[in-house]
Design a protein around this ligand. Structure first.
Ligand code: AMP
Ligand code: ZN
Length: 473
């Protein structure tokens, strides 16, 4: 079956037909972080969804060229730098670094390019695009010296968001806050410099100023991926006005369809509300690590629900993630043991073999919930087969090969490079001794001491096993 995705533009599930790919990869653009503070884990839900999408396309044999922009100039970054009393570049640098560190912790595959909006070559491109829009009558400079997109001249404006523009219709000129726009919905392409901007300014045909947020993405995607791109992603809050504006700007300049497939992920919520900086209800990756969880556990917690379904963040959900990963770890350890030593007394060679169901679930609009459901059902059944000594070495190897393949997109295997500290080993041995002596009180005390050191001891059929991650949470 072909890949199918829900396209926000048509509001329908569509077959993925990227056209002629000879000699070129899939062109994918993903809106990146605005670096005025550390990204929160809601932002990372969007990046993990995009990571899964890229990895699944690659698993299905496509080559992907992915660009993720860094928004390092807009209102919030300028305000932040001013308040901190440091140059914009210096202010944003720390959050760029933090973003890459967190993305690494969450095992997010690096994009091919991370263009920054303040790079002069993209500023030049933005200026070129704005000039072209003005010459086509699609943009104008207002009395405040800023340049605005004239939405009434672009009939498709509102199509992505399925937005009824009549709600925004205005007759004549509207005085809107401090500036003079023709239409209340016209958005800024170029913002004229004012004192509050300090030394953040670039020269342009319309006087000194800086680009609007939307034109940054249009210019960077066009510069790096060409006039037309295959897939464009973001969170649902990007649909309007950001992506709607990107379409108007890019198509306004080229006259060609800008994006073939628009994919948006639902929000990460806290108590039913969007996790957002402005609401103050957010956690960062370091916040979650400080509670004793690992990047792998957070990756799982953010990955496990279908991208179009809102996901509520809870610490209970983090504990469930830990438990699910523990089941995978134990299962893999058992399979490895049987693949090497065999354990079958009553082998049923073909009864327990992996199928394509996991990957097919992902073909269906990236249905990770169904795919994981299949994984855990397989774990349950194969564990039973191993309990009953029905799994032969060849079947165990087949399951391990299957895992290796699906793990190219899950990327959830335990870190093997984390050595168990000597102290933890010793405590685990003492605990095992206490258990053999049926000294449950001492055994529990030792478990707690192990846990306080950030490790968890599990009693499996093959004896006690130590895993990373248990902590103070
Ligand atoms: P920003 O840094 O605000 O431009 O956002 C970066 C990305 O994170 C965008 O794709 C947003 O749509 C996405 N995003 C922001 N908040 C959330 C959230 N609570 N859940 C999921 N995605 C989000
Ligand atoms: Zn963008």
């Amino acid at each position: 079956m072909a890949l199918r995705f829900f396209n926000t533009y048509s509001r329908e599930i569509e077959e993925f037909e990227p056209g002629d790919l000879s000699g070129r990869p899939i062109r994918m653009y993903t809106c990146g972080p605005t670096v005025y503070s550390r990204a929160h884990i809601g932002n990372f839900r969007a990046y993990i969804f995009e990571d899964l999408l890229q990895r699944h396309l690659e698993l299905r044999g496509y080559k992907v060229h992915r660009v993720m922009n860094i928004t390092d100039v807009e209102d919030k970054t300028i305000r932040g730098a001013r308040e901190a009393g440091i140059p914009l570049q210096k202010f944003t640098e720390q959050f760029k670094e933090a973003f890459f560190e967190d993305a690494h912790t969450l095992r997010i595959k690096r994009a091919d390019e991370y263009p920054a909006a303040t790079d002069q070559r993209y500023i030049d491109r933005m200026i070129e695009m704005i000039s072209a829009l003005i010459s086509k009558g699609l943009a104008y400079q207002a009395d405040d010296k800023s340049v605005y997109f004239r939405i009434n001249k672009f009939p498709d404006y509102g199509k992505l968001a399925h937005f009824d523009l009549t709600q925004l219709q205005s007759t004549g000129r509207v005085k809107h806050d401090e500036y003079d726009k023709e239409h209340i919905g016209d958005f800024a392409l170029w913002k004229a410099w004012d004192e509050a901007d300090g030394d953040v300014k670039w020269a342009s045909p319309w006087g000194p100023g800086r680009p609007g947020w939307h034109i940054e993405c249009s210019a960077m995607s066009m510069a790096l991926l060409g006039d037309q791109i295959d897939i464009h992603c973001g969170g649902v809050d990007n649909i309007f006005p950001h992506h709607e504006a990107e379409i108007a700007q890019s198509e306004g300049v080229t006259g060609k369809t800008f994006v073939r497939y628009w994919l948006h992920c639902a929000h990460l919520l806290v108590d039913g509300q969007k996790m957002a900086k402005s609401l103050g209800n957010f956690y960062t990756v370091p916040d979650v690590l400080a509670k004793g969880y690992t990047g792998r556990e957070l990756r799982y917690a953010l990955l496990r629900v279908h991208y179009r379904v809102p996901l509520n963040f809870t610490w209970e959900g983090m504990n469930e993630a830990r438990e699910s990963l523990g089941r995978i770890d134990e299962w893999l350890a058992r399979l490895k043991q049987i693949a090497t030593n065999g354990n079958a007394q009553h082998p049923t060679p073909n009864a327990q073999r992996p199928t394509a169901a996991f990957e097919e679930a992902l073909d269906d609009d990236l249905n990770i919930s169904a795919a994981l459901g299949f994984l855990f059902e397989s774990i349950r059944q194969t564990n039973r087969a191993m309990d009953q000594k029905e799994m032969d070495a060849a079947s165990a190897s087949a399951w391990l090969d299957w895992w290796k393949r699906i793990n190219t997109l899950l990327d959830l295997e335990a870190d093997t490079d984390v050595a168990i500290p000597h102290e933890v080993e010793q405590l685990a041995q003492q605990r095992e001794k206490a258990r053999r002596e049926k000294n449950w009180k001492r055994s529990d005390e030792l478990r707690e001491r192990i846990s306080a050191l950030g490790w968890e001891v599990r009693d499996t059929k093959d004896g006690p096993k130590l895993t990373r991650g248990a902590g103070t949470a």
